[in-house]
Write a protein that binds this ligand. Structure first.
Ligand code: GDD
Length: 394
């Protein structure tokens, strides 16, 4: 893959927030070759494959169409470990069973290393309880509903499998070729990074919408534009310079080195992606004290890479958008480093959109603790013994 070196970087404490980088060539061949310009890096196929072997791709899924899941599976490079964490209904139709069967059938032909697990499996809860990882439970002592909850379970499985990198791809993507590109971008970003603490976020070139006059290739999702604006304001309040650096506040498709992933705190449900950025700013921005001095010394890099493929996915309804607005802006509002002036602006924004009533505050999302200190061998042992939905194919 041939892509830009970061052209612009916002530095915030130990964090380097790189501006969006472009892809010039999806496949730049085996030869590392001589890039056409010093501003461009060519990441060869051998280097990409080596990183893919150390990477797990987590697919969180809840009741998506099987055809879409099958397409997503086919787009993930063979050497990555694929992990499906499902919260699909088991009744009246057992959707999880159908997902498992689809995965088994796929595997019969491709012979791929895969894991699948249901988020609500009581055996999974037993394993989590045993290692003291309790912040992910609902009142019934079972893992809560939520995409973030599924992602965190996926990260634990990736750590259990000894992977160094973990990426996320939604199950409702219509274009397997785009899925493939996301993973190549993840690997290229990691190859370019200068620290073991890295995050690579996907910036979609277009997010097309169906309109009366045909397809409209819009640049921004309805929520992401606003989330980015407030994340940028948060950075600007501290640096004193307005910035537009953050373009991927809501990006569901992103990856991290395990070294970074295990240090972060995660916010429930759909606030997970913007909160990753907020948590990085809180933890490594030099404003609040941190226990993670090694990461402070080595630095944290956040890369944002613009795809060549447009992002075609299932459009969910208005209520879902409101939930995303509330979660995304709410996690900035409740951040320990959010200045009062920004809080007022967020309140105004949410009231103007009739998402928040006068006198109310945005909902505070529940947090999921970092998993650095989880005894992963003990977790694995109990999971293997008790989680009946867990299947590992190799
Ligand atoms: N395991 C699990 N558990 N997966 C879930 C759950 C859950 O409770 N809820 C949703 N998912 C899965 C969906 O099946 C899908 O694969 C993925 O999470 C994203 O959910 P969608 O409902 O499709 O969200 P979206 O398309 O509106 O939003 C996506 O894109 C946004 C950026 O535009 C999400 O990835 C957002 O997090 C992201 O901000």
């Amino acid at each position: 893959m041939k892509l830009d070196l970061p052209r612009y970087t916002e530095r915030f404490g130990a964090i380097s927030l790189h501006g969006v980088q472009r892809v010039y060539e999806l496949d730049s061949g085996f030869n590392e070759g001589r890039p056409a310009s010093e501003a461009i890096r060519s990441v060869g196929n051998v280097e990409i494959s080596e990183i893919e072997r150390k990477m797990a791709i987590v697919i969180p899924i809840k009741g998506e169409r099987l055809k879409l899941l099958e397409g997503v599976l086919s787009g993930i490079p063979h050497d990555c470990l694929t992990i499906i964490v499902s919260n699909s209904p088991r009744q009246p139709v057992d959707r999880f069973k159908l997902e498992k069967e689809a995965l088994e059938q796929f595997n019969r032909f491709v012979g791929k290393n895969t894991l699948i697990l249901h988020q609500k499996d009581p055996g999974l809860s037993d394993a989590l309880k045993e290692v003291g990882y309790n912040s992910i439970f609902g009142p019934d002592d079972i893992v809560r509903n939520g995409k973030a909850e599924g992602m965190v379970i996926g990260m634990l499985l990736a750590k259990m499998a000894g992977k160094d990198y973990v990426g996320f791809i939604d199950a409702d993507n219509y274009v397997p070729g785009a899925v493939n590109e996301y993973v190549k971008i993840f690997a290229s970003g990691i190859a370019m990074s200068n620290t073991p603490y890295t995050m690579v976020r996907i910036s979609w070139i277009y997010k097309p919408k169906v309109s009366e006059s045909g397809l409209y290739f819009s640049k921004w999702g309805r929520v992401s534009e606003i989330t980015n604006q407030y994340l940028n304001s948060l950075v600007s309040y501290y640096t004193g310079f307005e910035t537009e650096v953050m373009r991927t506040g809501n990006s569901g498709e992103h990856c991290m080195s395990m070294k970074l992933a295990e240090l972060l705190t995660y916010s429930s449900g759909f606030s997970v992606e913007p909160y990753e950025v907020v948590d990085i700013l809180e933890e490594f921005g030099g404003i609040l004290p941190t226990e993670n001095q090694d990461a402070m010394d080595k630095g944290i890099e956040v890369m944002q890479v613009e795809t060549r493929n447009p992002h075609f996915h299932e459009e969910k309804g208005e209520d879902h958008l409101k939930e995303m607005f509330n979660g995304s802006l709410g996690c900035i509002y409740h951040s320990k480093i959010c200045p009062p002036r920004l809080r007022d602006k967020i309140n105004e924004e949410l009231r103007g959109r009739e998402i928040l009533q006068e006198g109310r505050e945005p909902d505070m999302q529940r947090n999921i603790q970092s998993f650095k200190s989880v005894d992963i061998h003990q977790f694995a042992k109990i999971l293997h013994d008790r989680a009946i939905s867990f299947v590992h194919s190799n």
